[in-house]
Design a protein around this ligand. Structure first.
Ligand code: MG
Length: 215
């Protein structure tokens, strides 16, 4: 397992609406099961690249800072109790989102994957080991845009826990080494455009900084 784990990633699995505060401020009801979507692996970039590109088809894109879970060994249909034994480590991720596309598609019942799949839409940090992160279910996830704090919450406020996300997804498909699960974003996600600077982090364990530029 190298620091560049994502070069071998074969699936990026995202969880939507997974922080209690997001439910509260949107007056939404708690989903019965995790809301799961995919992102293409071509959307991944490392911190060696420092630019998130806004596709020409989108006016603005949203930042979503998230804790990522990196699978360490193949698993299928695991229980929540078993789930963490299949985790190699964690990462900081941004789940950049073409929100206008999603808001346009969702009410019509149309798929919204194009709003999640554009190039550079999944920046990830280095791999963080389980020892380094300590308790993954109490990690601060924060995000600043142009030096203003926009997101700040803890993974203890997830609706579906990390073991539950792994267990639920593994009922449907085999999770493989280096697969990445994005655990959802805290309240405060919002749009960025050309010229903005995003800085985000997990507690004081790891940070990333990206410049937003038009494609
Ligand atoms: Mg997200």
């Amino acid at each position: 397992m190298s620091q560049n784990f994502f070069k071998s990633t074969r699936k990026i699995i995202g969880a939507g609406v997974n922080y209690k505060e997001v439910l509260r401020i949107t007056n939404a009801t708690k989903p019965e099961n995790p809301v799961i979507f995919f992102k293409p692996i071509s959307s991944l970039i490392s911190t060696d690249e420092n630019t998130i590109k806004v596709p020409k088809v989108f006016g603005a894109i949203n930042y979503e800072a998230e804790l990522g879970v990196v699978i360490g060994k193949s698993c299928k249909d695991v229980t929540p109790d078993q789930a963490l034994s299949y985790v190699a480590g964690y990462c900081l991720a941004l789940d950049m989102t073409g929100m206008d596309f999603i808001l346009g598609a969702r009410p019509k019942g149309l798929p919204w994957c194009l709003g999640k799949g554009f190039d550079t839409s999944t920046p990830v940090s280095r791999l963080i080991t389980p020892e380094e992160i300590g308790n993954p279910s109490d990690v601060r996830v924060w995000c600043m845009v142009n030096d203003q704090l926009k997101q700040d919450d803890s993974t203890r406020n997830l609706i579906f826990s990390i073991p539950e996300l792994i267990s639920y997804t593994s009922k449907y498909m085999t999770l493989e080494e280096n697969d990445l699960i994005l655990t959802g974003t805290p309240a405060g996600a919002g749009p960025v455009k050309h010229g903005d600077v995003i800085e985000c982090g997990l507690s004081d364990i790891v940070q990333m900084k990206y410049h937003v530029k038009d494609e």
